[in-house]
Design a protein around this ligand. Structure first.
Ligand code: OSB
Ligand code: MG
Length: 369
């Protein structure tokens, strides 16, 4: 397979409601959409999950555009590709870091490859599930009452797991009240690195509330302090920000830094690396779930495909399009029924990009040949 043309688009979609975390507020979503056309005229699609500002990690829309344009796209355009795993190998061999940029181009190649071979992306990756379970990530609200009403709405829609964003001053009292209102819901907290080891006693109070896990309590680049914290908490720690690669996952498991891992395809540099981490975690009995980055439909489709692998045993953040957007850029939109999403069986990502909507939300585009 040869890629003969790649188009990058800077997209901007308004979020239905602002998403507030310990690191900031997102009102809208800027992202790069990648379109890769093969010599046979088959098109693969993917989104970069890098955000406009370096708040979650160091990558941004601009750094991704630069790395894609000046380094990654030239490598792809001159490669003869038998399998997408080779693309991953090439990108990792020649360029350090910049995982979200790598994942964006590698993801488009995976979609094109699956379409050329007539398989769903899920099957091409080794997926086995027909349906996946999904939960919701609930940002920091104006009050605990407001949080309870968001939970109530999502519970009625059937979502399988409730993740509340926490930060110092918005944690123990919140979880206490939510747990008392809903004694049995699958509940977890995500701190996005808002704490340090000095907060051990404070975080240990959360052990009283039967949380499924606490996600990324400590620094975005730490696996040492997390091991010390995990040894003192009964609640499982799930690492998000700290796991960038197979090697990070191997070391975190070895040190006991977490009992659960959230895989974000963009954060680890692509689907091939995500598969490797999946297999490692399966061998080590570390349960996985698929994290979200407020993706639009194409990124969401990639997340659904990877979640069909067997060790994604916990509900992920890949909720339905309607929770995020007035209109999504794919047909049909991603729909969760009773907290379940059906994994498409048609070739590639299994959702059709909607050109009219893609055009409507494009700020800037450029072709590379
Ligand atoms: O930490 O999981 C996170 C969104 C943007 C950046 C980081 C995170 C998130 C979410 C939202 O929690 C997940 C989603 O619904 O896509
Ligand atoms: Mg997280």
């Amino acid at each position: 397979m040869k890629i003969k043309k790649i188009t990058l688009r800077h997209m901007k979609l308004d979020l239905l409601s602002p998403f507030v975390t310990s690191f900031g507020v997102e009102y809208d979503k800027d992202f790069i959409l990648v379109e890769a056309v093969t010599e046979k005229g088959i098109t693969g699609w993917a989104e970069s999950v890098a955000m406009l500002d370096p708040l979650y990690n160091e990558e941004t829309v601009k750094t991704n555009w630069h790395i894609l344009e000046d380094y990654l796209i030239p490598i792809i355009l001159k490669s003869d590709i038998q399998h997408p795993d080779e693309v991953s190998e090439k990108l990792f061999k020649h360029i350090r870091g910049n995982y979200m940029a790598k994942a964006a181009i590698e993801g488009a190649v995976w979609d094109a490859y699956a379409k050329e071979t007539g398989t769903s992306l899920a099957k091409a990756l080794g997926g086995t599930k027909e349906k996946i379970e999904v939960g919701v990530s609930i940002g920091i609200q104006e009050s605990i009452e407001a949080t309870l009403s968001v939970i109530e709405a999502r519970l009625k829609e059937g979502y399988k797991r409730f993740k509340l964003k926490i930060k110092p001053g918005w944690d123990v009292e919140l979880i206490n009240k939510v747990r008392h209102a809903y004694p049995n819901i699958p509940l977890m907290a995500d701190a996005n690195s808002a704490y340090t080891l000095a907060d051990i006693d404070h975080l240990a109070q959360l052990d009283a509330y039967n949380l499924m896990m606490i996600e990324q309590p400590l620094a975005h680049n730490d696996i040492i302090d997390h091991a010390e914290l995990q040894a003192q908490l009964s609640t499982p720690i799930c690492l998000d920000e700290s796991i960038h690669s197979f090697e990070d996952a191997r070391k975190a498991i070895k040190l006991g830094s977490c009992k659960i891992i959230n895989i974000k395809v963009g954060r680890v540099g692509g689907l091939t690396e995500a598969k490797k981490i999946h297999d490692l975690c399966q061998e080590n009995e570390i349960p996985l779930w698929c994290g979200g980055m407020l993706e639009a439909g194409i990124g969401r489709a990639h997340n659904i495909a990877i979640t069909s692998l067997p060790n994604f045993v916990l509900p992920g953040d890949t909720a339905g399009s309607a929770l995020y957007w007035k209109e999504d850029i794919i047909n049909p939109e991603v729909i969760a029924i009773d907290g379940m999403i059906t994994v498409p069986e048609s070739p590639g990502i299994g959702f059709e990009p909607d050109f009219h909507k893609i055009e409507k939300y494009t700020l800037f585009m450029k072709d590379y040949k």
